[in-house]
Design a protein around this ligand. Sequence first.
Ligand code: ADP
Length: 453
Amino acid sequence: MLWRLITLVLCQACTAGLGWFVAKEGEEWVFTLSFALAGGFAWFAMDCMRGLRLLRWLRLGASADMSLGNGLWGEAYDRVRRMLRASNRLAVESGNRLEDFLAALQASPNGVVLLDSDARIEWFNQTAAGHFGFDARRDMLQHIGNLVRDPRFTAYLAARNFMHDTTMPGRESNASKPVKLSVHMHPYGEGRVLLLSRDITAVEQAEAMRRDFVANVSHEIRTPLTVLAGFVETLQTLSLNEQERQRYLGLMSQQAQRMQTLVSDLLTLSRLEGSPLPSVHDWVSVDLLMRQCEQDAQDLSRVLSVQPHDLVFERVTGCEISGSSTELHSALFNLISNAIRYTPVGRRIEVEFSLQSEGNAVFQVRDQGPGIAIEHIPRLTERFYRVDRSRSRDTGGTGLGLAIVKHVSQRHGAELTIESVPGKGSVFSIGFPAHRVRQALPGLALTPKVSFV
Ligand code: ADP
């Protein structure tokens, strides 16, 4: 302000001095005052010009720089410019933060929908678009009730009780491939709502599998238990002769054995699920494994029938598989015992371990049993799935054998394949990858029975 006064006074003083200088004799004071007044006007006009330039600069968006010199207008220009720069910086920072925030919501594995106070869609991420079939160009600002028409969702939206979530079928859900969504709304701000959606199909399936598993185990245990309880009651209430008593005790022992096998298979499965993967550095001799299996197979065949099966074991020597010997024995013997249990007595069962030209190996069990119809094959490795329920039970089957084989195979990077022709027989193979197979002694020749493919 002082600077303005100084410049005004200086301007007037200069023009007044000029007036005195150019004045005629006797008119000095009139000239001096007139010139001083004119100087004041000139100063005022210049001042207005600078003010108008500042206004014009503001009107044009204050983008380009200009110079207004020192003084009031110069300082006003400087301050306005600094304030504008600071607020621009703030706006850019807020914009960046908003973009980061939306990118984080976009990356969320859950569906996120932002609704305004009238339940109109303001924003949604890709996952929500997939869950509900929203289109970013078509559905923005649409009422969500018009787009998601499932009755459960409509009721949930209308009730506005967002303490709990609701479930509904996903957009692409159908009978063969059901998709289930959990939808939860959370109010925020002034009447706005954050909608979160989650695909819970896998969780629901796991829960259903757990329920089925518990029901199956209970059923499998209850059956022999009921039979056992019946025999105990019979023994307690009836006076039986020694022969009858022995027969009942034999049957009781069979049922107890059945329960024992079931529990043992269940424990094997749970161990397979809970233990770390078998090492790739522990090498198991295939020869030893096959000899053990052969011995066990002959014992089993003798136990099951008077006339044993025609068991043929072909194998390579000096070959090793990396992994767990217990698990491998369990898998291989499960396949062999199935072949023995389902193949009529006297028929041929061939067991072979063959090295392939690429360095991988295949363990194969071929039987001349009843075979399996094609529709059953994909389900055979499901727990408790049986094609011939009574034959399985009669021969001490638990319905868990192939589930164990599949698990062991997966844990060893191997693959179980089943080929079968009803009425002719079946071939169960486990293919081991090359990195799990080696020859124990370098240079040791393979036996002539090896089949190279
Ligand atoms: P189980 O203890 O009942 O044998 P598995 O899981 O080992 O259970 O086998 C599942 C079902 O697959 C069996 O119940 C049987 O119906 C069928 N199966 C398995 N192996 C054979 C085979 N070699 N020949 C015919 N059917 C078989």
